[in-house]
Design a protein around this ligand. Structure first.
Ligand code: 4AD
Ligand code: MG
Length: 429
């Protein structure tokens, strides 16, 4: 039977079989130290000629990094060992000898690592990040599932744009033009009218021509949508949501956070309520920081960083100029120039992780907005139906998974937050 390295503590003094890959090997006179990894952890295995026999001992000296091996031995507690345990090897079997492994234990440049992403994911740091990503995904699902939301899967092939035409990926669908989904929101709105509270969670696509540390071409987005919810309620939902994710990660993934040397103090500080400031107040903050900006300009990464670094908690910026926001946003009845939308900016200068708001629920106004954005009305007939047949105020938001993982892990770039990042000029492997 196979024991996982993460469960070794339950087997002190017992004979166990570990199955994994050789991470590193070292010779110390008459014994050999093998660092074995199995995806759940690493453990030092100690082999002596007397214990394993002549033949195996010689085999050990020929083992290459990343060779797959099955090791049987006695688990022994050792305070000095990184995981608190070592294995005294009794038997070792070579499963697959590895060719000379391109990723050695020394430092490599990012371009090289990206080219070898399929192997790079084996490294201890990447494994920890991927586990953190997994925990965040589970927290996302649990949060909505526990609050009565229904998962509502939205399509990837779509006939129209959701987030503006400049970042659309066009493709062909049996002779018709189709676009890869930039967001599931418009479809999720139909779900809210059917089920009350829904969320979609899947890959989304944007032909972003800018090369930044925050943009991917393919990224995962979770989008809740709720009937009878307004902007205030939407911001409260977003705040509860982020607090829950942080709590879960801190509760369950201390070890991974330690592996990637994440200082968790900034995460522990995060407490509700999060600050809420208007776009107009933000413009003042940005001006005071010495950045040129005029009311009506959109924020770029630099502006977001200026604002978010003023706060310890994520900050919610609401009521942007309607001009710079998507067609579906409801205008503020108190000032028609403003949209009832918000962005949540992560702390530590990380920028926007959430975008959302209240949707335009009036049929005629929505028609005007679609036209004003030069979008083809026919493509939105089904969407307009939602305003024809029992329209209600409703709201939702979208959280970018990779940016959230990047922030929580304290990574400078989103490329390490997903197994195979799709970026401008990089689609391989
Ligand atoms: O602000 P965005 O464009 O909002 C929407 O798509 C809405 N339809 C969501 C909704 O209300 N249901 O995108 C939402 C989030 C951003 O805050 C960001 O975290 C992430 O998606 N995002 C990206 N992440 C990585 N790479 C990109 N190119 C991204 N574009 C957006
Ligand atoms: Mg946005």
């Amino acid at each position: 039977m196979q024991t996982m390295i993460s469960e070794i503590a339950a087997h002190d003094g017992e004979t166990v079989t570990l199955k994994g890959w050789l991470y590193n090997a070292r010779s110390g006179g008459k014994i050999r130290f093998l660092l074995l990894r199995d995806g759940t952890g690493t453990i030092q295995c100690v082999a002596s000629r007397a214990d394993v026999g002549e033949e195996t001992f010689e085999l050990i000296d020929t083992l290459t990094q990343e060779s797959s091996i099955v090791v049987t031995g006695v688990a022994r507690a050792d305070k000095r060992a990184p995981g608190g345990f070592e294995l005294d090897v009794k038997h070792l079997e070579l499963i697959g000898r590895a060719d000379e492994y391109p990723i050695s234990l020394k430092e490599h440049g990012t371009a090289f690592l990206m080219e070898n992403r399929h192997l790079w994911v084996r490294s201890r740091r990447q494994v920890a990040i991927l586990r953190l990503r997994h925990e965040i995904i589970r927290a996302i699902r649990d949060f909505f599932d526990n609050r009565g939301f229904t998962l509502y899967d939205t399509p990837i092939f779509t006939p129209s744009a959701c987030e503006g035409t400049s970042t659309l990926f066009e493709t062909e669908y049996f002779g018709e033009k189709a676009y890869l989904a930039q967001s599931g929101q418009l479809y999720a709105e139909s779900g809210a009218m059917a089920l009350g509270k829904v969320y979609c969670f899947g890959p989304t696509f944007r032909a972003e021509k800018s090369k930044t540390r925050r943009h991917l071409i393919e990224f995962w987005m979770v989008e809740p949508e709720v009937a009878y919810l307004d902007l205030e309620g939407d911001m409260e939902l977003a705040e509860d949501f982020i607090s829950y994710i942080i709590e879960r990660v801190l509760e369950n993934r201390q070890e991974e956070l330690k592996t990637i040397e994440r200082d968790t103090a900034p995460l522990e500080k995060i407490k509700k309520p999060f600050p809420r400031i208007t776009y107009t107040e933000c413009v003042d903050i940005i001006k005071k920081a010495g950045h040129p900006i005029e009311w009506g300009d959109d924020f770029g990464g630099d502006e977001e960083t200026v604002v978010s670094s003023q706060f310890d908690a994520p900050v919610m910026v609401h009521r942007f100029p309607a001009e710079i926001k998507a067609f579906y946003m409801k205008s503020d009845p108190e000032d028609e120039r403003l949209a009832l939308g918000f962005d949540m900016l992560a702390p530590e200068g990380k920028g926007e992780i959430i975008g959302g708001g209240q949707r335009e629920d009036d049929y005629d106004t929505l028609v005007k907005k679609i036209k004003a954005h030069n979008l083809p009305l026919e493509a939105f007939n089904w969407y307009l139906d939602l305003r024809k047949y029992g329209t209600v105020p409703h709201a939702g938001f979208g959280l970018g998974l990779e940016r959230t993982v990047g922030w929580i892990c304290g990574l400078p770039h989103v490329r390490e937050t997903i197994p195979f990042p799709r970026m401008l000029h990089r689609m391989k492997p």
